[in-house]
Design a protein around this ligand. Sequence first.
Ligand code: MN
Length: 203
Amino acid sequence: MAKELYKLPPLKYGYADLAPYISEEQLRIHHDKHHQAYVTNVNSLLEMMDKARKEGTDFDYKAVAKAVSFNLGGHVLHDYFWREMTPASNASKEPVGELADAIKEDFGSFERFKKEFSQVASSVEGSGWAALTFCNDTKRLGIMQIEKHNVNLIPYFPIIMDLDVWEHAYYIDYKNDRGKFIEGFWNIINWEELDKYFKKIQK
Ligand code: MN
């Protein structure tokens, strides 16, 4: 089977389309530089391992396992992040469909969910993410606080929505005001798309 490498996914909207919540400059650097770096890094690691295996040489197994998890985690989380956003003029501002019902059932209301998710995002120590997830065993939605790209993840819990709260996600637009960035994020969520993921991940 022909092996492939990871690719930076193109955005489904223009770089300026998420303004004023995410500026063109911020989005360009975030997507083209930061996300690209994770893709480049994980691909280099894969190529290095291919080469070492072919030549029968060793590499630092512990460090490489850690670096693959970090960089591939970064790639995957950014991929979700870009896909779940849409220009504010298209955004429905509130959840729709089955996801709207599940949020209401599990959290009591969208307002309550929004508060919990925002708190989880704002309290990440250092760099990380907040992510909405779903457990197929218990049929419960949950919120994960992911440190860096790969710490505190619950294995096999699929991600419906995530929010990048690394400083590189907001420092150009908001300086150190993470809370303001989180507030803005609620205006550019593609709830129709999230409802589709929610249907897809249910077993
Ligand atoms: Mn990021």
